[in-house]
Design a protein around this ligand. Sequence first.
Ligand code: CO
Length: 500
Amino acid sequence: MPTQEAQKHAFVAPVKSYDLNEWQRGYESLKQEFDYWIDDVEGQIPPELNGTLFRNGPGLLDINGQRIHHPFDGDGMIVRVTFQNGRAHFCNRFVRTTGYLEEQQAGKILYRGVFGTKKPGGWLNNAFDFKLKNIANTNVIYWGNKLLALWEAAEPYRLDPYTLETLGQEYFDGILSEGEAFGAHPRFDPHSKLDGGAPCLVNFSIKPGLSTTITIFELSPAGKVVRKHACTVPGFAFIHDFAITPNYCILFQNPVTFNPIPFVLGMRGAAECIKFQSQRPTRIIIIPRQPKQKQIKILETYCGFVFHHANAFEQDREIIIDSICYKSLPEVEPESDFRKVNFDALDPGQIWRFHLNLQNHTVQQQLLESRHCEFPNLHPQKVGHSYRYIYVAAASASHGSAPLQAFLKIDLHSGKQQFWSAAPHGFVGEPVFVPRSNAQQEDDGWILALVYDGANHRSDVVILDARELHQGPIARLHLKHHIPYGLHGNFTSEVFLPRN
Ligand code: CO
């Protein structure tokens, strides 16, 4: 019979790996723009790591003190970290979108946000206003000698990679029309079968409605659109990411419905009108990359909600795809404050492997990792191919949902893992794997990431040896300020520094 004292202890919640107040401060705006060599370095920057890490994310969480409703509505700010001969240079600049310039000049919110940001003045002042603010905040890529900030509902913004000055919208020689969507999750095919083995950028866009049009874009290394084709699938779709193989694009049509009325009436943002339907299956849309092959396949399975895929590849008559699945998707509520999120009430994002059988149209799925994780990454030469290592940002605790505080490396062949946590004060962003030049092993390279240091309210750029990720950073580059939690980025081996 347990004593009263022991019973009391049995109900004490486990110690959390984070302090919610500390986590919240990582969502303060960074209004200043910086440009400096990073001198405060713990450890050593590998001298053979040369190139530029670009990353995008919401830099402003308020407009002149008026809070935006959700970080996904925040104006895009590009962070650039350039590595050269064992040193690193930092620079950040806002993407000067039309909306950013207008709101900065007006000193107030002028646009409704997709994720619920409202103009002041209540719903009457927001009803029937469908002007979209392209916030260019989700990803940044360097392709075809162009640096492009991406946001999935509109065209890219182009920036000068040396100065990060905004040059204007990008239409790829008129292939895109004004306001036409270009997804924020392109995939870089290292050896495109359709282009004699040359690299190729593959992207998609979504035009949702009662039925949904999916457009696939493929761009040559010179940045020219070499293939563009579209197909229509039944039903509304909310699709953030996709995966590619040499022959296919694979998209997960999440089980959601869209009720436009509160949006039309100005009471909710468009994304707040999306409702997750747990009893409905996910539809897996498989589109041939060769435009002449018009036959798309749609398979069904039950897998919750998916934002991100890690990778996909073809094996025998199957496509294998690894994705991060949430059992449910909480609605973004108009009156809620994202800073006060109760992580314990959320489902973790877990990595599942799906075997898509193209002959008999069946789907088999298997749980690869139950720990909450997000932002999967891998060796860039393995995109679309069988691969061994996956890197993700993860929760520090092995169960439940929590802020991302750790990195996890999974060996998909052996099942072995390496894990490093920045808890209790560190909050991590997307890990980007950079291969060492002339490397023989798939994990011979580095993981680069931004980590918010909640104890000091500043951010670090961390470098980990991907072979020994569990050893923690080999270098921590302390920035002079914090950087709000961001989204996606990419590394290029080209070195971009301010022109003298
Ligand atoms: Co994403």
